[in-house]
Ligand binder design. Structure first.
Ligand code: FPP
Length: 250
C-alpha cells in the first residue's frame, strides 16, 4: 500500500524540524568529494519541501549550517555557501509557484555578503506566501540564540522597561529567533546519529524525536512519510497520563 495513504491528515504536525545529516558519509560511500553529498542533499531539500507543502505541514525548519560548521575546511564552507546562493536563486520560482514563504534563523552577521543578499531577496520576494513557511537555520545554534535572547531581556531589565518578576516562558519565547512560530512537534535527524547538536533546544521541549539511519541525500518522500507515520504512532502526553488523555482529548 502507498505509504502516503496511511498518514492521518487530521493529525499532521504543524511544524517539522529536520537535522539534515550524512551528506559527507554518503559522498564518501560513493567515492566522491563531500560537496557531491551536499549537492545531492539539495535534491532531498527540494523533495521534502514539496512533500511537506503538499500534505499541509505549515512550518518546515531545516538545519542547513550550524555555528560549529565554520570549523570545517574553508573549501567545504565556501562550497556550501555557493550552493546555498545557487539553490535559493534557482528555486525562488518553485517557492513562488508553491506559495512557500522563506524565512531564516541564525546569526547572519558572519555570512558572506552574497549569501546574505540572496537570502534577503528571497525572503522579501516570498513574504506574502501563505501555504507553508520554510525556515532555513543558517549559522544557527540554540545556545547562541538563548544567549542573545538573554542579553536582550537583560537590556530591557536594566533600562527599566521590564520587571524581572514579569519574565515568563512567553517572554523568553518572544526573544528567540523563532518568535511567532509554533514549536516543532516533530524533529527528524538523518544518518543514524542520535544527538540534538545545539538545535532548537528550547523549542523542542515536547517534540517527538525520529532518528533514521537514512543518509540525507537518500532521504526522499517515502522516508518523510515514514517519519510522519512514526510521529502519529506515538502517544503525545505532555506530562499527563494515558487515562487522562483518553477522556480529555488533548
Ligand atoms: C550535514 O551533512 C549537512 C550539512 C552540514 C549541510 C546541509 C546542506 C545542504 C543539504 C545543502 C544546502 C541546503 C539548502 C537548504 C539549499 P554532513 O556534511 O555533516 O555529513 P557527515 O556527517 O556525513 O560528514
Amino acid at each position: 500500500m502507498d505509504i502516503r495513504t496511511q498518514i492521518d491528515m487530521t493529525r499532521l504536525p504543524r511544524h517539522v524540524a529536520i537535522i539534515m545529516d550524512g551528506n559527507g558519509r554518503w559522498a564518501k560511500a560513493h567515492g566522491q568529494p563531500r560537496v557531491f553529498g551536499h549537492r545531492n542533499g539539495v535534491k532531498s531539500v527540494r523533495e521534502v519541501t514539496e512533500a511537506a507543502a503538499e500534505l499541509g505541514v505549515q512550518y518546515l525548519t531545516l538545519y542547513a549550517f550550524s555555528t560549529e560548521n565554520w570549523g570545517r575546511p574553508a573549501s567545504e564552507v565556501n562550497a556550501l555557501m555557493r550552493l546555498l546562493v545557487q539553490t535559493i536563486r534557482k528555486e525562488i520560482k518553485t517557492l513562488q509557484d508553491n506559495q512557500i514563504r522563506l524565512q531564516t534563523i541564525g546569526d547572519h552577521s558572519r555570512l558572506p555578503a552574497k549569501t546574505a543578499q540572496a537570502l534577503l531577496e528571497a525572503i522579501e520576494a516570498t513574504r506574502e506566501n501563505t501555504r507553508m513557511t520554510l525556515i532555513l537555520a543558517l549559522n544557527y545554534s540554540a545556545k547562541w540564540e538563548l544567549t542573545e535572547a538573554t542579553r536582550r531581556i537583560a537590556r530591557k531589565v536594566s533600562s527599566g522597561h521590564l520587571d524581572p518578576d514579569q519574565i515568563t516562558e512567553q517572554t523568553i519565547a518572544e526573544h528567540l529567533n523563532t518568535a511567532g512560530l509554533p514549536d516543532p512537534e516533530l524533529l527528524i535527524r538523518t544518518s543514524g546519529e542520535t544527538r540534538i547538536s545545539n538545535f532548537l533546544l528550547w523549542q523542542i521541549a515536547y517534540a517527538e524525536l525520529v532518528f533514521t539511519p537514512v543518509m540525507w541525500p537518500d532521504f526522499r518522500r517515502p522516508d518523510f512519510y515514514q517519519a510522519l507515520l512514526d510521529f502519529q504512532h506515538r502517544e503525545r502526553r505532555f506530562g499527563k497520563t494515558s487515562d487522562q488523555l483518553s477522556t480529555q482529548n488533548v
